[in-house]
Design a protein. Structure first.
Length: 98
């Protein structure tokens, strides 16, 4: 099930906001947005997180959800969380777009 156009728009705005913030902090950011380098796919299902950022040996994986996808996408979130837990210096966070 896809997001409604307005929810997708708020999702994409939040991804861009996080991407700009991390870039300004010196992170090398990949974002799952048109015109950006895409994050590395994760897991058997090759799920792509919204943001993958690296800086000085550290890596952040960030998934942006909307209120209607927080519960629905638990399986994907678990895949990202498990992956981060198995990699040194890697964290996983969920951000919710309003």
């Amino acid at each position: 099930m896809k997001r409604s156009p307005s929810r997708q728009s708020s999702h994409d705005r939040k991804v861009r906001q996080i991407e700009r913030k991390l870039t300004s902090q010196g992170w090398n950011v990949r974002a799952d947005l048109p015109g950006h380098n895409k994050p590395t796919p994760i897991g058997k299902g090759k799920k792509v997180p919204d943001i993958e950022a690296t800086k000085r040996g550290h890596r952040k994986i960030i998934e942006v959800e909307t209120p209607d996808t927080v519960e629905r996408d638990r399986k994907q979130q678990a895949t990202f969380r498990r992956h981060a837990g198995q990699k040194p210096n890697t964290t996983f966070d969920i951000e919710v777009a309003k």
